[in-house]
Write a protein that binds this ligand. Structure first.
Ligand code: MEV
Length: 439
């Protein structure tokens, strides 16, 4: 069965009608309709709130929401909420947080967050005319946007700069109004896009009028006005450091110094080899995304920005680095990101609000530091496992637990399987055989 023609008015259907339509058109077995329905929130008001976040909502997709305790960041304690489906990440992050809390904790700092957006346009006339006109009208343009920026200015933000960028060397007739913003504790995407669209209209009118008044030729076409998710001016850095002897008990085969040296080597490899760099950074984003999601922020924006930053020198490399100086091991993560602790989903989603409460209502800058510290903790744990016993040890325990759940094992079968597989390789087939043999 397959859809025969385009459907119009799908968005007007009720959730039940939408599912029914999929069932009819694609032969969706009815039990899946029941699965979708059973995952709707029992509180109708809450579900209707979630429905409004997106379109064509027919169910709710649940992610585990966990807590990672023992984070000491700049001397302050935090319990970090994490929304993530991958087993072992919360446990690994919590382990690292506990270890580092006993070794000075995380140190973090933020560069004053600068957000940017661009009005991308085409101008076919004289570049010098455009540049002189922009020079004369720059302040007027900024002031003309005051009605839109006034309340953000009251919160310490607004437009901090606009410049005209001539990119005709890379693409014919292509220019930008590159605009810098402060957005206080908000991520500010809507604010930036609203201001940029208004700026584009003003700029077009200014140019049109000047062309007529000064009897010039040339046409200006606005191509698009949009924020940039690449925010290299909005960087956060998280660092941990300790005497290498702190690692003496990590692995019976490695002294603390040998562990630290192997760890540094692992980060160097991630700096030089793209295959490793991507996986290394994925381990960082295991921590970062989980907090970004739990706090109702935009993880796609944070990911895109982080990966672009990892490739800023022309080749993709590790976002973290480690070094040993004397006896001191130092591990650091630096990346740009744009997150908010007010506005958007952070205020609307009850769990995002709860996360921010658990984090003691941080401002955007403190939230960036918490997120980066969680990313560093996740990265530390992953590398620690990789260079000692390997990651499968920890993963397999959770993997086994998931398989046992899928197979509907009871308490006794679970315990004996955990025992049996504690020193054996876990595979679905072997676990299924073990369970059926013990029935
Ligand atoms: C798995 O989700 C993440 C790791 O692969 C990260 C890494 O290799 O550094 C363990």
């Amino acid at each position: 069965m397959a859809q025969k023609e385009t459907i119009s008015g799908f968005s007007k259907f009720t959730p039940m009608e939408k599912v029914q339509w999929v069932q009819d058109e694609f032969g969706l077995p009815s039990e899946y309709a029941a699965v979708l329905a059973s995952h709707l929130h029992p509180d109708k008001e809450l579900q209707s709130l979630y429905n409004e976040f997106s379109e064509n909502t027919v169910s709710a997709f649940h992610l585990p929401f966990g807590l990672a305790p023992n984070f000491k960041i700049n001397g302050k304690w935090f319990v970090v909420p994490m929304a993530i489906e991958e087993s072992s990440v919360v446990a690994a992050v919590s382990n690292a947080a506990k270890f580092w809390a006993g070794h000075g904790g995380f140190n973090a700092q933020v560069e004053k967050p600068i957000k940017t957006g661009q009005v991308h346009f085409q101008w076919t006339g004289q570049p010098d005319f455009l540049k002189e006109l922009f020079r004369q009208k720059r302040t007027f343009l900024i002031r003309s946007l005051d009605p839109l920026t006034a309340s953000m200015q009251n919160r310490g933000g607004g437009i901090s700069d606009i410049s005209l960028v001539d990119l005709t060397g890379t693409l014919s007739d292509y220019y930008q109004l590159h605009t810098e913003f402060g957005t206080g504790d908000a991520m500010g995407a809507n604010f930036i896009n609203t201001v940029l669209e208004a700026l584009a209209v003003k700029w077009q009118a200014v140019v049109k009028e000047a062309v007529v008044d000064q009897n010039r030729t040339g046409e200006l076409m606005i191509v698009m006005s949009i924020l940039s998710n690449f925010t290299p001016g909005s960087r956060v850095k998280a660092t941990v450091e300790t005497d290498v002897r702190s690692f003496d008990s990590f692995d019976p085969k490695l002294s603390g110094l040998a562990f630290a040296e192997k760890f540094v080597r692992a980060t160097e490899i991630a700096h030089h080899d793209i295959s490793r760099a991507v996986t290394h950074n994925k381990g960082i984003f295991n921590g970062i995304d989980a907090v970004v999601i739990a706090t109702g922020n935009d993880f796609r924006a944070v990911e895109a920005c982080g990966h672009a930053y990892a490739a800023r020198q022309g080749s993709y490399c590790s976002l973290s680095r480690a070094e040993i100086s004397g006896n001191v091991f130092r591990f650091e993560l630096e990346l740009p990101m744009s997150v908010g602790s007010v506005g958007g989903l952070t205020s609307l989603h009850p769990l995002a609000r709860a996360s921010l409460k658990i984090l003691q209502d941080p401002g955007a800058e403190e939230l960036m530091m918490i997120i980066a510290s969680t990313g560093l903790a996740s990265n530390f744990s992953a590398i620690r496992s990789l260079i000692t016993g390997g990651i499968q040890q920890g993963h397999m325990k959770m993997h086994l637990s998931n398989i046992l759940r899928q197979l509907g094992a009871d308490e006794e079968q679970r315990n004996s399987a955990m025992d049996y597989f504690s020193n054996r390789t876990v595979s679905y087939a072997d676990v299924r055989k073990f369970i059926s043999d013990t029935k």
